[in-house]
Design a protein around this ligand. Structure first.
Ligand SMILES: [Zn+2]
Ligand SMILES: [Zn+2]
Length: 313
């Protein structure tokens, strides 16, 4: 089969011919129909996220068909969790210390076939195409989880307006929130895209919003945005860092945190987070690429050319 293999030592990826994987006990072999690209995949390719293996096939937003019975399933970032630790038994399997992740600890979906622990092969909603569903599996699910952790904030700032942001904007607006979008300074096209999704204000990450925020979610991997977001939220407000990797956060005056502001991260997603977002009506704007051109999708994501989500089909 074809697969996009990342060599973690040289930080390069190439399309290679690999044997079709064999499903072990309790696993399913799945033919990949669509796999959406996430910034985490880019962090793995670029070596910003340490991979435990010399070669890895990334991709963790997979819609596929079970070989044998043709059942359609979704495969997300959480590939397995122990099920018995305090995190797992308290509804926080995303924090399981024994968790393994798709496209990092196990080979992922930028390939013709993938295997999955059958307990983590999630039901696929009917009536939607694989490419419409795939971006919801991480971008949508992380966005939904981050939105929940932002609390009841009415005025919500979103820093970094990519795949997750364009989905969470739709979820937040459906809940009656006012969304303010922060893009790279001067990125007028992305600010126009945000406005087309109904945000009340769009500007650069270097700008102060016209009104204080009740919460902010950071989807950009830039630590220098943390003090800026804290400065933009009102007392009692929350700043949620939703990236798996972020550059160092510069030191900042305590006054930015004072006033019961909360700074927190969101880590991974549970199966429940995925099911919850699949039940909602957010629609991804999708650019599709054939598997042979997956490297171009990585380049487009890195350069900021992508609007919405990239999906390999
Ligand atoms: Zn566990
Ligand atoms: Zn992801």
């Amino acid at each position: 089969m074809r697969a996009f293999v990342v060599d973690t030592a040289t930080r390069t990826g190439r399309l290679a011919e690999l044997p079709v994987p064999v499903a072990g006990a309790g696993e399913l072999l799945v033919r990949v129909l669509a796999c959406a690209l996430c910034r985490t995949d880019l962090h793995i390719l670029d070596g910003e996220l340490a991979a435990p293996r010399a070669h890895v096939v990334p991709g963790h937003q997979i819609v596929g068909e079970v070989v044998g019975d043709g059942r359609r399933v979704c495969i997300a970032w959480l590939a397995s969790a122990c099920g018995v630790c305090p995190a797992c038994t308290s509804g926080h399997e995303n924090l399981c210390p024994y968790a393994r992740f798709t496209g990092l600890d196990r080979d992922g979906g930028f390939a013709d076939y993938v295997t999955v622990d059958e307990r983590f092969a999630l039901p696929c909603p009917p009536g939607r195409t694989p490419e419409a569903i795939a971006p919801l599996l991480c971008a949508g699910a992380i966005g939904g989880r981050a939105l929940g952790l932002a609390g009841a904030a009415e005025r919500l700032g979103i820093y970094g307006f990519g795949a997750a942001a364009h989905l969470v904007t739709q979820l937040a607006r459906a809940q009656g929130r006012r969304v303010l979008a922060f893009t790279r300074p001067g990125d007028a096209a992305r600010q126009a895209f945000a406005r087309s999704l109904g945000v009340v204000w769009a500007g650069g990450t270097d700008e102060r919003p016209p009104e204080p925020l009740d919460a902010a979610i950071l989807f950009a991997p830039a630590g220098e945005l943390v003090p800026r977001a804290l400065a933009a939220v009102a007392p009692g407000g929350t700043v949620v860092c939703a990236e798996i990797h972020m550059s160092d956060i510069p030191s900042f005056p305590y006054a930015l945190l004072w006033g019961e502001r909360v700074l927190r991260s969101v880590a991974n997603v549970t199966r429940r987070d995925v099911a919850d977002v699949l039940a909602l009506a957010a629609r991804a704007e999708v650019t599709t690429y054939p598997l042979a051109e997956v490297a171009r999708a990585f380049d487009d994501l890195r350069s900021g050319r992508l609007r919405g989500s990239a999906v390999i089909v």
